[in-house]
Design a protein around this ligand. Structure first.
Ligand code: PMT
Length: 397
């Protein structure tokens, strides 16, 4: 991937001489389309001012953990959830040691603990400090937890020493960030994803619908294309931009969604049904606006086709994934839907909590398949989508 469009990158800057390069880093990340927010440690502010990074990023720079204003706006939990990637550049020896021991005594270390987003470190320190056993052990600890590194580079250092420890060039750091989003897990696969609500017309101006925003389905489309898949999203009416390189087919009703899916499915390896499809539609659509009459009105509704079950019944069929939006007995109902619709996997989504599920930025789900399950704790929908795509890729035959 050579772009970071639609990516939220949280840049952590700690206190080393290489902090001055973070200004260039912000610009390069933005040029590739990323939205950038910055956290600076106290030490970093000795090398470069928050004002510089604020002017460049176009966003306030975050510096303190216990800041009442920040807590109302972008506090550490909100920053942690907002990020698709936490990039720390430069990462000093002290910061690396604090991350390795799980300290949470300033905004950057606390946010690092609180985020589910991947963590990419660009170490920068004196060559002797880098080669010290303590630093080596801290790096081992972090990498064993899945933290990624870019650099350090080898060469002449600000202190006059020569050796490994120089922060990598901003260009290389940006490329490493791009590569993190480009898993290649679904290289060459064709993926169809349904997203958003359907609208079932009553008359020319009224319809039955629901609160789906399309955010979860579009996040899956972004994750799918990032994983190398040729991706189509069949979307109900939503107010979202189409992720780059994703084909989008707009529909209104469930029957239109089914028609599009049936057209796409013969060439599809994976079908993900994230849309909130109306189970029923009006038996007939009035040609003219329905007039106000008596105190009551009776609508006659008929069953809509079940799109995901129809796709699961096609032969040959794609790997078919459904969602189950439930408010109670979530796993039990989700397992029932997986069986009755004959799905390969179902994503159980608690929609009783307004902070997750319909129309929220976050989600919290459990993926279920024959013989296994994995719960994904609360995180931004883009983080959840990346993990779901990785799980789906691992279950393909
Ligand atoms: O769009 P967002 O605001 O981001 O919200 C995301 C979401 C909450 C809508 C999403 O995460 C979710 O849970 N989607 C499934 C919504 C739903 O309709 O669930 P269900 O339990 O009623 O349906 C079960 C499965 O059958 C779903 O995969 C659904 O797409 C599918 N279905 C349902 C009815 C129908 N006629 N055809 C279908 O294909």
């Amino acid at each position: 991937m050579t772009h970071l469009i639609n990516r939220n990158i949280l840049l952590g800057v700690s206190g080393g001489i290489a902090a001055y390069k973070s200004a260039e880093l912000v610009r390069k990340l933005q040029l590739l389309g990323a939205e950038v927010r910055v956290i600076m440690t106290q030490g970093a502010q000795q090398f470069i001012t928050p004002l510089t990074l604020q002017a460049l990023s176009g966003n306030p720079v975050h510096t303190t953990l216990l800041d009442t204003e920040a807590e109302q706006g972008m506090g550490h939990i909100e920053l942690a959830r907002w990020a698709d990637l936490l990039l720390i550049a430069p990462a000093t020896a002290d910061l690396i040691a604090r991350l390795a021991t799980g300290r949470a005594d300033d905004l950057l270390s606390t946010t690092s603990l609180a985020t589910a987003a991947p963590l990419l470190l660009a170490p920068a320190m004196n060559q002797q400090m880098w080669q010290d056993q303590a630093t080596a052990q801290n790096i081992d600890t972090l990498t064993s937890r899945g933290v990624r590194l870019i650099g350090p580079a080898t060469g002449e250092q600000a202190c006059g020493d020569i050796g490994p420890g120089r922060m990598e060039q901003p260009e290389a750091i940006v490329q490493a960030a791009c590569a993190l989003f480009d898993s290649g897990l679904l290289q060459g696969k064709r993926v169809v994803i349904t997203a958003g609500p359907t609208r079932e017309a009553l008359d020319p101006v009224r319809y039955i619908s629901n609160n789906s925003s399309g955010k979860m389905g579009f996040a899956l489309a972004q994750a799918s294309v990032d994983a190398g898949a040729i991706t189509t999203v069949v979307s109900g009416p939503v107010n979202l931009p189409t992720p780059r390189h994703v084909e989008r087919r707009n529909i209104q009703s469930a029957t239109q969604m089914l028609d599009q899916c049936l057209e796409l499915v013969p060439n599809c390896d994976i079908f993900i049904s994230c849309a909130a499809v109306a189970d029923y539609r009006p038996a007939s659509i009035e040609p003219h606006k329905i007039k106000k009459g008596g105190e009551q009105i009776t609508l006659q509704l008929v069953r809509n086709p079940d799109i995901v079950a129809t796709i699961a019944a096609t032969r040959p069929r794609p790997f078919t994934v459904g969602f189950a939006a439930e408010t109670n007995d979530i796993l039990t109902y989700a397992k029932g839907k997986m069986a009755s619709k004959n799905l390969d996997m179902i994503i159980a989504n608690d929609v009783s909590n307004q902070e997750i599920g319909f129309n929220s930025d976050d989600n919290e789900v459990t993926a279920l398949w024959s013989g296994g399950e994995q719960t994904l704790p609360r995180a931004g929908k883009r983080v959840i989508a990346n993990t779901l795509i990785a799980i789906i890729a691992s279950k393909l035959g």
